[in-house]
Design a protein around this ligand. Sequence first.
Ligand code: AMP
Ligand code: MG
Length: 480
Amino acid sequence: MSAPTLLRLDTRFARELPEMAVRWQAEPAPDPQLLVLNVPLAEQLGLDPDWLRSPEGVRLLVGLHVPEGATPVAQAYAGHQFGGFNPRLGDGRALLLGELSVSDGSVRDLHLKGSGRTPFARGGDGLAAVGPMLREHVVSEGMHALGIPTTRSLAVVATGRPVRRETMLPGAVLARTASSHLRVGSFQFARATGDLGLLQRLADHAIDRHHGAAAQAEHRYVALFDAVVTAQADLLAQWMLVGFVHGVMNTDNTTISGETIDYGPCAFMESYDPATVFSSIDETGRYAYGNQPLLAEWNLARLAEAMLPLFAEDEEQAVALASASLERFRPQYAAAWSTGMSAKLGVASAPDELVQELMVLLQANHVDLTSFFRRLSTAARGDAEPARSLVLDLAGFDAWCARWLALGPDADAMDRVNPVYVPRNHLVEEALEAGTAGDLAPLHRLLEAVGSPYEERAGLERYAEPAPQDFGAYRTFCGT
Ligand code: AMP
Ligand code: MG
């Protein structure tokens, strides 16, 4: 067990952007119990898993042991929530413990969620329940294993403190890492202060941490915005290709790094339908599956507005630069989607009409997106039946399949990009329910399945199946 003094947490965010950092400490946890530890991530970060399991390590994971030199802070940010602007959101129940320097040269934020009320808590209790924190753990790990940029969960620790929701629930703290917690809402906050020096410092900080090439560009802040547009366009295409529905794509949940963040009412779509919504609070379907790319673009427009004074002194010129950059979102998204779809179909370049027709067929026949693409490789190997049996319109499928087969798809390449296992909603619910009651075995089995999503394994058949009919219309709840 290596000495905890090895744990060095930098305070760069707090030092460089003090106006956006409130020094704070976690609320005491009466009886911290480690529920799940991400050993591979701990090792990657250079943290000794045995030490993290020790009483002092667990205290670190709930914010009670602050390593020497660290300065935990609640970060300030603003945000458009469901379209309405709130100039002061911030970490209401979260703390940035500090930044870890990893041996591969990268820097990762170490951050806690559910660690108690902060000055940004507004009406909230500052707490989190075990279920939602386990959801973030398993879904973010599933996303990471799929190769999708995301924050990662290091651990979930039960606090021993009950949390009042619809019922009383056991409380927990999630310890997560991110390449940073800078959000579109961080820029909106800086802009709303009216302090252009702060806005510029924030942009410089973001360039240095995420988009270093922008520093060499003629217009460095336009180049930063460009890089965020590209990162988000790529990210959205990846969500769409696996059927991920974020559920609450507010500007405060949109990162500058291009990582997926804040797994609240998120869920994986099964039957392909662009109108799919899972979140109980998304009454108008603003963040429906099919709307996500448009909403990302909308969020980027809010980022452009916030950054405008950095683009040019002359407002008209600044707007022109921002618009030209934002206009690249759609073609970049379309190209990333198209490349991804071609890979899913095992061909170098799938014609748009072929993809379009397939999506119409999948929607009309309520076909499970994940199963269909995975089974399609068997069709490329000569047996169309596994995929065909998922479609009611057999003539429609046969006609489409013949045209696709004529392109000579590569079945092995398809199996490398079409997952067998994604964190399906009924499996996540099952794992959360058991975990809340103290049985973590279902969570560990699900983590095993979704941790190697492309590798089909005997004994994991039920993890590849869609929800049983009686699972019903799945709803997820925010305010978790
Ligand atoms: P979200 O969209 O869930 O990521 O959070 C939106 C805002 O609400 C953020 O400022 C959170 O810190 C805050 N928030 C969410 N839940 C709580 C809670 N239980 N207590 C305090 N603040 C919260
Ligand atoms: Mg959030």
